[in-house]
Design a binder for this molecule. Structure first.
Ligand SMILES: [Zn+2]
Length: 308
């Protein structure tokens, strides 16, 4: 709230009043006129107090309202790729008050994930074939759903979430890739059907829910195929260059993989609980090997000709 600043005006009026009263006692008629003038002044001041000429009322009204600004989307780095190039959204897991896993050597997952994400962005920009955005560029917390929503809002062609694993046994080490397994919920399928149909409901008129469900299912399958394709591409570049943990490509019903609009994978860069993996994850050299393999896999997959 802003101060009115008009208190001085009210005090001035009080000082004028005795002068008007003296003039009124000398001449009755003049007194009435003076009284009318004072009343007029009072009324005028009252009007100014309520509706100040400078528009104070408006300023006072605007001040307590929160500034309405649209949710901020991360910047897209285009580089030499051009505005039409596919967009890769890289999501550094955890952040802010959520540190993720931590290793015996003091490595923290949120920092490792951000370092790999930033390194991957730089490498992709260097290769010049795709556009890149990060869901977070700093040590901030982002809800899982928001990470996906940001990528969808940017109309990403690929979403890749970067994490590091942890296990109670020191022997566990190596990288993994996760793709979504399990059916998308009905709500998501319906939302997708709407986005496929757009505002024009012509399809719904002669097919009803069955056509919508079918379109949703087809789009969902196409997205799943895209996710499997990028996972295989990562597998081909990572195996032989980095240690992998058991079966490399795994399925999981993870929140960050549930988008029906873009292929999504979650990359576990290694076990932060393993000393050997932690050394790779926290060194420039080690991360460069991870980042090169990922970048090559992404470019090869996104630029590969698609059937249909
Ligand atoms: Zn994690």
């Amino acid at each position: 709230m802003q101060d009115s600043g008009n208190d001085g005006g009210v005090l001035d009026l009080g000082a004028d009043r005795p002068a008007s009263a003296r003039r009124a006692s000398r001449l009755k008629t003049m007194g009435w006129i003076a009284g009318a003038i004072v009343a007029g002044m009072l009324l005028g001041l009252l009007v100014i107090e309520i509706f100040p000429p400078g528009g104070r009322g408006k300023a006072q009204f605007a001040a307590p309202l929160p500034e309405s600004r649209p949710a901020e989307l991360p910047r897209i780095v285009t580089g030499r790729a051009g505005a039409e190039a596919p967009l890769v959204v890289i999501d550094a897991g955890h952040g802010g008050f959520d540190p993720g896993a931590s290793g015996p050597s003091g490595a923290i997952e949120k920092n490792v994930a951000l370092a790999i994400a930033a390194g991957l962005r730089d490498r992709l920009v260097e290769l010049g074939a795709v556009r890149v955005a990060l869901t977070r560029e700093d040590d901030v917390f982002l809800p899982l759903e928001e990470r996906v929503a940001v990528a969808e809002a940017l109309k990403a062609d690929l979403f890749i979430s970067i994490h590091a694993d942890s296990a109670p046994v020191e022997e566990a080490r190596g990288a993994n890739v996760y793709v979504l397994s399990g059916r998308a919920s009905d709500r998501e399928a319906l939302a997708l059907a709407r986005s496929v149909n757009g505002d024009d409901d012509a399809y719904a008129d002669d097919g009803g829910d069955e056509v919508e469900a079918l379109l949703a299912e087809l789009a969902r399958r196409e997205t799943a195929l895209g996710s499997a394709s990028i996972a295989r591409s990562v597998e081909a570049r990572v195996k032989g260059r980095l240690p992998v943990h058991g079966r490399f490509v795994r399925g999981g019903n993870l929140v960050v993989l549930r988008s029906a609009q873009m292929p999504s994978i979650l990359f576990e860069a290694g076990y932060i609980s393993s000393e050997e993996d932690a050394t790779r994850l926290t060194s420039e050299e080690g991360r460069a090997a991870i980042v090169s393999a990922l970048a090559e896999a992404i470019v090869a997959d996104l630029l590969a000709p698609r059937p249909g």
